[in-house]
Design a protein around this ligand. Structure first.
Ligand code: ATP
Ligand code: MG
Length: 426
């Protein structure tokens, strides 16, 4: 029978890869913790309307990327393509935005039916951050400064660039959109096919086009920043000042519009040139209108999401994953003979209790030689051996596996003390 395979664009994360994921997750959690953010865990499936009403009917996601299906009750459900809508739904449902501010984060799989390629998958993972109840540019700045700290922590600060823009208010966008459409219509034949379509459905997305011809046309198009009024401008200027003062460099990119409908005022992306065309590793912005749009009371909100696969690709490309991340165990424990094995089980438990070290116990028998081979392959720093001699003398043999020191026989008490002292030095 033909073997069943995973679904295209949906990947297994294998044991040799998970340590890198855990490393990234831990770094992110540490940084988020340092700013007082709390984790929220949401379901992976939501009512389809949640995404239609939030992301926008004429966006790529809703038009062609969602995994939507009918459940057994005939309800239309969707595997979440992003986290912001679910997060807003959860907060509203549980009254988390009423008379209070929230700084939240979540992590997990998202689903989009896109063409799979390097850095673009159908099941991918995001760490998302959302804040509610703060309308000033200070929280926008905090989010960006926090991500900058994360890049430093990961050692990738030189590899990413911050692109920053303001999308102003809905009225400012509407005025700009009218003039932009008028201009683009005069040059419609010169636009790429995608942009011709977007001109009718979602004209601001034309600014996003990767087509050089379209980009050249845009050089003479109306400029969005000419359309923004005092309030949006002050918000943006203050954000820039806060970033300047914090030493976070950015490029103002007036054509940065983002793919989702709900953004206004601040938008930003962190982009790397090391991953080819899938270069956006983190993207976000302000979405003050969304909570109300989903039936809540007006609540200012700003957030971002990071693509974990892209961050991991970048970590690996730049060789930034510390060697120790792949080290699974500290000690590999071996025994020859039934009684020695009983004793080694006891010692291994005691070491785990006393030292907190990771002890892998050899199972499945075999000669000392074959056990030693496994010990070497385990990556452990020390081998621990127990045979008839050791058993009779109440000792155990400690054998360094990574350095050229002699093996020696010591009592369990000495062993514990020695290991504690070695590992407290590191
Ligand atoms: P892109 O322009 O690359 O399609 P997007 O604007 O659709 O990105 P967002 O919805 O803003 O992406 O999601 C935030 C981040 O999630 C992206 O910057 C990216 O790092 C990651 N991401 C988005 N879609 C995918 C995908 N299909 N596979 C892997 N990562 C993704
Ligand atoms: Mg996309």
């Amino acid at each position: 029978m033909a073997k069943i395979k995973a679904i295209r664009g949906m990947n297994d994360i294998l044991p040799e890869q998970t340590p890198v994921w855990q490393y990234l997750e831990k770094q992110v959690e540490t940084v988020l913790g340092a700013y007082g953010y709390s984790e929220l865990r949401m379901p992976i499936v939501e009512q389809t309307d949640l995404f239609k009403r939030s992301i926008g009917e004429v966006t790529d996601i809703v038009e062609k990327e969602m995994y939507t299906f009918e459940d057994r009750n005939g309800d239309s459900l969707t595997l979440r393509p992003e986290g912001t809508a679910s997060c807003v739904r959860a907060c509203e449902e549980h009254g988390l935005t009423f008379n209070q501010v929230q700084r939240l984060w979540y992590m997990g799989p998202m689903f989009r039916h896109e063409r799979p390629q390097k850095g673009r998958y159908r099941q991918f993972h995001q760490i998302g951050v959302e804040t509610f109840g703060m309308q000033g540019p200070d929280i926008d700045a905090e989010l960006i400064i926090m991500t900058a700290r994360l890049w430093r922590q990961l050692g990738m600060e030189e590899a990413v660039t911050l692109h920053l823009n303001t999308l102003g208010t809905a009225e400012e966008r509407a005025r700009f959109k009218a003039d932009l459409v008028e201009y683009l219509k005069q040059h419609e034949e010169a636009l790429d096919a995608d942009s011709q379509r977007r001109l009718k459905t979602n004209p601001l997305r034309v600014l996003d086009s990767k087509d050089p011809g379209t980009q050249a046309l845009l050089d003479n198009a109306p400029h969005f920043h000419d359309y923004i009024d005092a309030e949006s401008r002050e918000h943006f200027d203050r954000l820039c000042t806060l970033l300047d003062r914090a030493g976070v460099a950015y490029e103002v990119n007036a054509r940065l519009v983002r793919g989702l409908d709900y953004y206004g005022k601040t938008v930003f992306e962190w982009i790397t040139d090391k991953l080819g065309s899938q270069g956006t590793v983190c993207a976000g912005g302000r979405y003050d209108g969304l909570v109300e749009q989903l039936g809540g009371r007006a609540t200012p909100a700003v957030g971002f999401a990071m693509g974990m696969e892209r961050l991991i690709l970048l970590l690996e490309t730049l060789e930034l994953v510390p060697e120790s991340v792949h080290q699974k165990v500290d000690i590999y424990a071996m025994a020859m003979g039934d009684d020695a094995q009983v004793e080694m089980f006891r010692i291994a438990e005691e070491l785990r209790d006393q030292t907190g070290l990771r002890v892998q116990l050899h199972c499945g028998g075999g000669s000392f030689k074959s056990q030693m081979k496994k010990a070497d392959r385990s990556g452990a720093r020390f081998g621990l051996l127990m045979g008839d001699d050791e058993l009779a003398n109440g000792v155990v043999t400690l054998k360094p596996l990574r350095e050229t020191a002699e093996q020696k026989q010591i009592t369990l008490k000495e062993l514990t003390a020695e290991l504690v002292s070695i590992y407290s030095e590191d």
